[in-house]
Unconditional design. Structure first.
Length: 345
C-alpha cells in the first residue's frame, strides 16, 4: 500500500508573515505592496538582502480615488493621494531612507512617499509609468523594459537561498522519513488570464507523475499555490492516490521551502514566473509542465530559462543536470546599497 498523506507542517512557508523588524518609526526601509504574495515576496527578499531594518506596508486606495486610473495618480499632490490610502502601517513621517514597491497598484503610492521625503525609490516589475520617476527599476528580461535606470533579471527576484532551503528541509526531515527516494517536489499553480489549470489538466499532470513514480520509484512532495482551485487539487490528489506522496492541505505553514530543500528534482507548472525562478534558485533539475493557453511574455521567459540550462519540459521522466542557481536578488540589493552609500568596498 502506497503511503499517501496530507501534511500540516510548521516550517518552510512560501509566504511568511513579515513584521516590522524594529520599533515603530525606526524602520529605514518601507516595503509597499498591494498584498499580492508574488509581488510581496520579491520586495521582501530585496529588503532582507539590502540589510536595513524594514517595515511591510500593505496598501490600497479607498473612496473616490479608486475611480481615478492609477496611472493618473502621479499628477495628484502626494499628500492627497496618501490620505486616500488604507495601509497596514502608517504612511507618515518619520520617512524611510529606502522605499521598495512591487507591482503596478503600489507604484504610485510608493512614488507619493518618495515625493514626500528624500527616500530612494526602487520598483520591482514594470510599473507602466515613466521610468525616470523612480531611482531604480528591476524587471525580468522577458519584460523587455528598457531604461537607463532599469536592471534586467533572469526571472523574479526571490529569497530562495541554499542556507534557507537547507534549514527548512531539516525541519521536515521527520515528516518525509518513511517515504522512498528520489523526492520529486511538485509546485502547482492555477488558472490565470493566460493559462488553464482546471481539474482536467490537474488530473492529467497527476496521472503523468504517478506513472513516473511507478516506473522510477520515489515520492511526490506536493504543494499547491493560492491560485490552485480546490477542484483542481482534488483531481490531482485522486490521480496520485496510489503512489507515495505528501500533499499540503493548505492549513498551517506552506512546506514549500522545505520541499525545495528535500527535492532531488522539481516539477512546476509553467503559469508562474515566480515559482519557476524560485525552483531554479536551488540549482536542482527543474521540469516545467506546460499548460493550455498562450502568453508571449511567458514564452520568452521559459526560453530564457532553458537557454540558461535551468529548466527542461516535463516529459514524464527524470533526468539530472547541473547549472548555476538562478538568483539575481543580490545583484539588485548591491546596486541599492551602493546608491545609499552602504557598500564601502
Amino acid at each position: 500500500m502506497a503511503e499517501h498523506v496530507t501534511v500540516k507542517p510548521s516550517a518552510g512557508s512560501r509566504r511568511k508573515s513579515h513584521a516590522v523588524e524594529t520599533t515603530r518609526g525606526a524602520a529605514q526601509t518601507w516595503v509597499i505592496t498591494d498584498g499580492s504574495a508574488g509581488n510581496e515576496n520579491q520586495a521582501v527578499a530585496i529588503a532582507e538582502a539590502v540589510g536595513l531594518p524594514f517595515a511591510l506596508k500593505r496598501v490600497k486606495v479607498r473612496g473616490t480615488m479608486r475611480l481615478i486610473p492609477a496611472r493618473l495618480h502621479i499628477y495628484l499632490p502626494a499628500s492627497r493621494l496618501l490620505r486616500s490610502v488604507v495601509s497596514s502601517e502608517p504612511l507618515a513621517a518619520p520617512w524611510p531612507r529606502l522605499v521598495i514597491s512591487a507591482g503596478r497598484r503600489s507604484a504610485t503610492i510608493a512614488l507619493a512617499v518618495k515625493r514626500s521625503s528624500t527616500a530612494f525609490g526602487l520598483h520591482i516589475l514594470n510599473p507602466k509609468l515613466p521610468a525616470e520617476l523612480f531611482d531604480l527599476i528591476t524587471a525580468p528580461a522577458h519584460d523587455n523594459l528598457r531604461a537607463p535606470n532599469a536592471i534586467a533579471t533572469a526571472g523574479s527576484v526571490h529569497g530562495v537561498t541554499g542556507a534557507r532551503v537547507a534549514e527548512a528541509a531539516k525541519q521536515l526531515k521527520a515528516t518525509v522519513a518513511g517515504l522512498p527516494k528520489p523526492y520529486v517536489a511538485v509546485l502547482l499553480g492555477g488558472t490565470s488570464h493566460a493559462f488553464c489549470f482546471r481539474p482536467q489538466e490537474a488530473a492529467e499532470l497527476g496521472t503523468k507523475l504517478a506513472q513516473l513514480v511507478r516506473t522510477s520509484g520515489g515520492s511526490l512532495l506536493v504543494t499547491p499555490s493560492r491560485r490552485t482551485s480546490q477542484e483542481a487539487l482534488a483531481a490531482f490528489s485522486q490521480a496520485v492516490a496510489d503512489v507515495p506522496s505528501i500533499i499540503w492541505d493548505g492549513t498551517g505553514d506552506n512546506p514549500y521551502l522545505g520541499f525545495l530543500g528535500l527535492a532531488d528534482a522539481i516539477v512546476v507548472t509553467g503559469d508562474s514566473v515566480n515559482m519557476v525562478t524560485e525552483a531554479a534558485g536551488t540549482g536542482k533539475p527543474v521540469f516545467v509542465q506546460s499548460l493550455k493557453g498562450r502568453s508571449t511574455r511567458l514564452a520568452r521567459f521559459h526560453r530564457l530559462m532553458r537557454e540558461r540550462g535551468a529548466t527542461r519540459p516535463f516529459a514524464g521522466r527524470l533526468e539530472t543536470w547541473t547549472y548555476q542557481p538562478i538568483n539575481d536578488t543580490e545583484l539588485i540589493a548591491s546596486a541599492v546599497r551602493r546608491a545609499l552609500g552602504l557598500d564601502t568596498r
